[in-house]
Ligand binder design. Structure first.
Ligand SMILES: C[S@@+](CC[C@H](N)C(=O)[O-])C[C@H]1O[C@@H](n2cnc3c(N)ncnc32)[C@H](O)[C@@H]1O
Length: 239
């Protein structure tokens, strides 16, 4: 008997890149930071001064466009933050950050920890892939051939979904809005605190606490119930 197809939780709101472009315009973004540039498809949507980081750039899109400035760093985000001061690169704090690099939660947690000191009270940080379409795409080691739902084998969300419960538990001061952008949702983080040290100080404890947690067909429904969506258009209208 073939293995049962896993449950699907389809995110059918506007494409996340359209959301990104519209949000950047809505907040009059002047400084944009992106972790995970890849082909440049999301970076192309931005007209503001931009800094992008990716250890393996595969540029296929016009990431310069009409931007007043664009700097690309072909390195890991950890290495980037070890060597550079993001605020100094812009000459100001980051208005909008899109964290879309390595899809393992301890990396995204680090990216968040390293980005937040370069924000201001009205900055927005977007987390990608926290709302997987099925449980099997949350694998930590990408393994498309082993997927039961082969139609979705190209989507890999990894276990960055853990960031939502982590931030809600350890940073109740943040405003977190979840939206069903296609294909794997977006988390919109507002009211960052550039001076907060909680996540940095508790990093090891948090990673140990969440490392062995897994998303399965049995608990994915409860995850979506615990973190309900606000429609992308509603989110944008609030800015
Ligand atoms: C899903 S792609 C980014 C897609 C792009 N933001 C878009 O929407 O068009 C993820 C990227 O993260 C990059 N990446 C992997 N590990 C990374 C790390 N440690 N630091 C920064 N980027 C990383 C990969 O090379 C890959 O290009």
């Amino acid at each position: 008997m073939p293995p049962a197809t896993p449950l699907r939780f389809v995110q059918d709101g506007m494409d996340y890149r359209d959301f990104l472009a519209r949000l950047a315009a809505a907040i009059n973004c002047q400084s944009y930071f992106e972790v995970g540039v890849n082909k440049g498809r999301s970076l192309r949507e931005i007209t503001a001064a931009s800094v992008g980081v990716d250890p393996k750039l595969r540029l296929e899109f016009d990431v310069a466009g009409n931007k007043p400035m664009v700097q690309l760093y072909q390195t890991t985000s950890d290495d980037f933050f070890a060597r550079h001061n993001l605020t100094a690169l812009f000459g100001r704090a980051v208005d909008l950050a899109f964290l879309d690099g390595m899809h393992r939660f301890e990396y995204l947690l680090n990216d968040f920890i390293n980005t937040e000191p370069h924000t201001h009270a009205a900055s927005v940080i977007l987390l990608h892939d926290c709302f997987p379409v099925n449980a099997e795409m949350t694998e930590r080691e990408r393994n498309p051939r082993a997927r039961r739902d082969q139609d979705l084998r190209r989507l890999w969300a990894g276990d960055v979904w853990k960031m939502i419960p982590i931030l809600k538990k350890y940073r109740p001061d943040l405003s977190i809005t979840c939206t069903n952008c296609y294909p794997t949702g977006l988390a919109i983080i507002q009211s960052p605190d550039p001076g907060s040290a909680v996540l940095r100080e508790k990093y090891r404890e948090i990673v140990a606490e969440y490392m062995d947690q897994t998303m399965t067909d049995a608990n994915i429904g409860a995850y979506f119930e615990a973190h309900p969506f606000t429609a992308p258009e509603t989110v944008l209208a609030r800015f």
